[in-house]
Every structure is written in C-alpha cells, then in structure tokens.
Design a binder for this molecule. Structure first.
Ligand code: CTP
Length: 481
C-alpha cells in the first residue's frame, strides 16, 4: 500500500491485483480507495469492465511489481501456471516485471525456490534481494520485504524517464575532498554532493551506465549506480583517471581541494602559544588532466563556482581545461550553491550560453543532460555553393560554422580533381569524412552540378542533396531556381 501511495504521488496510474491468499492480509478496499480502480482478484468476476480484463491490463502496464512475492506465486510464474488474475495477467505482460520475494528464511533458501528465482531471472524478470532481519514468523534472516522506498526506486528506474542515454558510460564526481593535517584534523569545503548525486541519479534513470566517484557526504547513495567512495584529491585523481578512458561523458561536479597540507603529521599537532602556519602544496587538477587526455568523442563537463565575474572566469576555465561544457553558478545568487535543494546555473560551451533559472537540483541535472546530449548529437554538414565564378565550400556542426573556403575555379575540372580539392580542404581542418552526416549542394551552373555531386558522394560515401540545381540538370530535386 505504501508503494502504491508513493507511485500515486508521482502521478502514476496504479492498478492493484491480489491473489486470494493476499486478501487474508489486507482488504482489497484499501487499494480501491487509494487507486480509484477496482482491485482485481478473481479472473472470472463478472463485474469487470472487460471480459478479458487480464489481457487489457497487461497491455496497459508499463511495469509490473510483484511484492511481496510468495514462494507459491514465484513457483507458479516460473512454471507457467496461470490460474488467477495475478498470474494470468503477468503471463500476458510484455513489459518489465519485477519480483520482490518475501517469506520465511528457510523457505527462501529452499533450493526449489532458488531455482524458480533463477528461472525468472533467465526470462528477464528482475528479482530484488529480500532484506535481512527479524521476520514475521519470529526467525531472523533473509526474507524480509525491502523498504517501500527501495521498491519505488526499482519502478522509477524503469518508468521515470525516457531512456535516451542507454548505452552511454557516464562518470560523475561529487562532494568535497578531505585533506588531512594530522590524525584528527582535515581541510575541506562546504560541498554536500547534492548536485553531483542528482546528476548521477538522473543519468541512471535515463538509461546510462553510471559511475559516481564521491567524496564524504551524508546523503543517501543513489541506487543502481557504481559508487566509488574516496577521501582525498589524490584518491579522486586515481579513481577518475583510471576509469576515464571507457567513459562517453564525464561530469565533474566535485569540489576538489586545490591545495593540501605539504606535511601530514603522524601525531596530533599540539597547540602552542604563538600562531601556526600550515604549508600547503597544490593538488593535481583532475579536470585539466582529463581535458588534456580526452578520448575521441568523449564529452567533458566541468563545474565552476564563483563569487565574482562568474561568466568570464568560467569561460577561462572552459578554454584552459579543454572542456566541452562548463556549468557555472554564483554563490551570491539566491537559490544557488551549497547544501540547498535548488540551484541556478548557466550552461556554457564555446559558442553557447544559457541560464537555466532557479530549479531543483534534479531538474537542473535533467536540463544539463539535455544540453550535453544536444551538443553530442551535433551533426556536421558539408555545404557547397556553385556559382558562375566561384565554388564555395563550408562545413557546419550544429550551430557552429567550422570553415568557409573558396575552391579554385579557373576551369571546369574532372570529378576526381574536385574530389581531391574538397578532400584537401577537409584535411586542413582535420575533418574526417565519417564525422560528416551529409552534404548539400546549391548551384546555378548545371554543367558542374552533377560532377561536383559525384565528387562529394565519392568522398562522403553518402547521397548528397541538391537544392537549386539550376535548369535542365536532370536532377530530381529542385527547390529554388
Ligand atoms: N577540479 C578538479 N581537480 C582539482 C580542482 C578542481 O577536477 N584539483 C574540477 C572541479 O571538479 C570542477 C572544476 O575543476 O569541475 C572547478 O574548476 P577550478 O578551476 O578548480 O575552480 P576553482 O577552484 O573555483 O578555481 P579558482 O580557484 O581558479 O577560482
């Protein structure tokens, strides 16, 4: 009932099915008043809206959770038995199915139950490990139903967000680092890790494979994320750079110490009557290292917290550390900064700047990821304009013009000559043909259009769109004259 309540809060449409046995523990009316739907128990109840209700329900569902799943229901599903509303519906369901076994420890450990769970996993059911603790029967061990919050996390992972990051490997850093002075003291900052944790969670819900390298924080670790705890800047450097190569996207939200005490005392430093000066040394700049060793197609996003000249300073960091994006926020802005649940950030790339306004950290994470995906998906297009005296060649990448060049046109050339000319220009700008998504030609010189079209197609190995092909070229696309 708690899971149903939490799902309703998230605006989900919840239908509850019960086995006959379950109705001994909780009255179906509880669910009916909660969800506003009839709680279905018997397949042959003539009061149902549809004669084949189990099939209609199965088609409508985005995800199914069986909780608590008894040894009996697990055994039935695993062996293809469908003899009531719950088991018939599950058999007709094509969506993701999640099972949360809950029973006496001895029953749970029974090899037959374990075999049945393996069968379910084999058929892509997700089996949630039961919690360990004091059970209703008086025994202590594995078999407890997990907390409703955890069950909710499993469901939200499936349905909360579109899976537009499926297949991407993302590394996120979060939280502060701690740099020891002696066994008792350390130097740190006010970072709570909230922003980085929100990013890791949203990436996970959008389908990415997420690693979170985190400094010490007091917030709950996100589920379904590979969490790597670290303490010092040095440890973060090792853990991040060791995993960097396989990442498609790296987002560095951590507040890494720029300095650490040069000497760490083995014993507690005792106070004296006069002042104390700590000698500090620089830590490695992890982000700068990543920028210098960026792999092809890897997207690198840093954070920048400023108290003055936010945009200017952040732009400098973007360039200096060779980043694709930097997320700037100002400590002076209301609703931004450490600890709070909201943030006000500006997304900055080389040719783009956008303030996102005051949003929750989770909303901010979503919007940042939208921007990252949009930037990653930029499409390079080669455009050629054939005029009577000039051939002009240009390349755009999303909203950015990479170059515009004029080709020598003293005479009409052969297809091969044009191909070599165009290839030479691409080489000058280090653009490989695989990076180019398509070509487009606009021409007023019919005689040359086909030759250039063939030349470009030879280079790109893709069809080229011709617009304004001039008169009588025989080409079938003609948008203007
Ligand atoms: N960062 C890092 N390694 C460090 C220091 C910072 O990776 N040793 C990263 C942070 O995770 C963040 C970004 O760099 O993404 C912040 O840039 P930084 O230049 O350190 O910002 P500030 O420390 O605020 O810079 P400054 O002292 O120049 O204001």
């Amino acid at each position: 009932a708690n899971v149903a309540r939490m799902l309703l809060k998230q605006h989900c449409d919840v239908e509850v099915l019960m086995t006959q046995n379950a109705t001994q523990f909780i009255n179906p009316i509880t669910f009916e008043s909660l969800t506003g739907h009839k709680c279905l128990v018997d397949t042959f109840d003539r009061n149902f809206q549809y004669s084949v209700e189990h099939v209609a329900l199965a088609k409508r569902a985005d995800v199914v959770l069986v909780a608590p799943a008894s040894a009996n229901v697990i055994g039935k599903i695993a062996n293809g038995i469908a003899d009531d509303m719950l088991t018939t519906t599950i058999m007709a369901c094509k969506c993701k199915k999640i099972v949360a076994p809950a029973m006496n420890t001895n029953m749970f450990e029974n090899p037959i139950v374990q075999d049945n769970l393996k069968v379910l996993e084999h058929y892509n059911y997700e089996v949630i490990s039961p919690a360990v603790g004091y059970l209703a029967c008086g025994d202590t061990g594995a078999g407890k139903m997990p907390e409703p919050e955890l069950l909710l996390e499993y469901i939200l992972r499936e349905i909360a967000r579109e899976k537009d990051m499926k297949g991407l490997h993302v590394l996120v850093t979060a939280g502060p680092t701690q740099e020891s002075v002696d066994p008792v003291r350390y130097i740190t900052n006010h970072s709570t890790g909230k922003m980085g944790y929100a990013i890791a969670k949203v990436c996970m819900q959008r389908g990415a494979d997420v690693t979170l390298v985190t400094g010490p924080t007091s917030i709950e670790k996100p589920h379904f994320v590979n969490v790597v705890p670290i303490t010092t800047a040095r440890e973060m450097f090792e853990e991040v750079t060791g995993r960097a190569e396989e990442q498609d996207i790296i987002i560095k939200a951590a507040a890494v110490a720029d300095y650490r005490p040069r000497y760490v005392s083995d014993e507690k430093v005792k106070k004296k009557d006069d002042d104390l000066a700590l000698e500090m040394e620089r830590t490695d700049d992890i982000l700068a290292y990543l920028g210098a060793h960026k792999t092809k197609d890897q997207f690198l996003c840093g954070f920048s917290m400023e108290t003055e000249n936010m945009l200017e300073n952040s732009r400098k960091k973007l360039k200096k550390k060779n980043l694709d994006m930097i997320i700037a926020n100002s400590l002076k802005m209301e609703g931004a900064g450490f600890g709070g649940n909201t943030n006000v950030v500006t997304v900055i790339t080389e040719d783009f700047e956008k303030e996102l306004g005051k949003l929750t950290k989770e909303e901010t994470a979503d919007r940042i990821l939208d921007q990252i995906l949009a930037q990653r998906d930029k499409k390079m297009i080669l455009a050629i304009d054939i005029g009577n005296t000039n051939i002009v060649l240009g390349c755009i990448d999303g909203d950015k013009t990479l170059f515009v060049e004029r080709l020598s046109t003293v005479r009409t050339k052969t297809e091969l000559e044009y191909a070599i000319d165009i290839k030479n220009v691409l080489d000058i700008y280090h653009i490989h043909r695989d990076e180019i998504e398509g070509g487009i030609i606009s021409s007023v010189v019919p005689q040359i259009t086909t030759i250039v079209k063939l030349a470009v197609e030879k280079i790109l190995k893709k069809n080229v769109l011709v617009v304004g092909a001039g008169i009588k070229t025989g080409l079938n696309i003609r948008i203007d004259n």
